[in-house]
Design a protein. Structure first.
Length: 119
């Protein structure tokens, strides 16, 4: 049963990540990967909220492992950082790498604190 919950969450998270990235790419001319940054920060925030709340293992599997796991993407973040560096944009690559990690950690912490305060 848990595997099905993870798969159901991932079935929503992966397309959501893809569509968010496509939406941002269609509306900007910047080489900065806004779509990936946004989904990673949003997923970190949601996961922080889930960790801060008393959720059932089933809901944790559906939303935490499934949705957040498929929504966020470390591999794309890594590739986009490498692409920026290879495109002779080392400062943008560094800004993206550090900014992604720091905003992701900040969002997870904020989500956790919001959940704890509301609980």
């Amino acid at each position: 049963m848990t595997v099905l919950l993870v798969a159901a969450g991932a079935a929503v998270g992966a397309p959501l990540r893809y569509l968010t990235d496509r939406w941002f790419r269609a509306r900007q001319q910047s080489p900065f990967p806004w779509g990936t940054l946004i989904v990673n920060v949003a997923g970190s925030l949601l996961l922080g909220v889930l960790v801060g709340l008393p959720v059932s293992p089933a809901l944790g599997a559906l939303l935490g492992t499934g949705l957040c796991g498929a929504l966020t993407t470390y591999s794309t973040f890594s590739l986009e950082t490498l692409d920026l560096a290879r495109a002779n944009k080392p400062f943008l690559a560094l800004f993206y790498a550090l900014g992604s990690v720091l905003t992701g950690l900040g969002a997870a912490t904020l989500g956790f604190l919001i959940a704890r305060a509301a609980n």
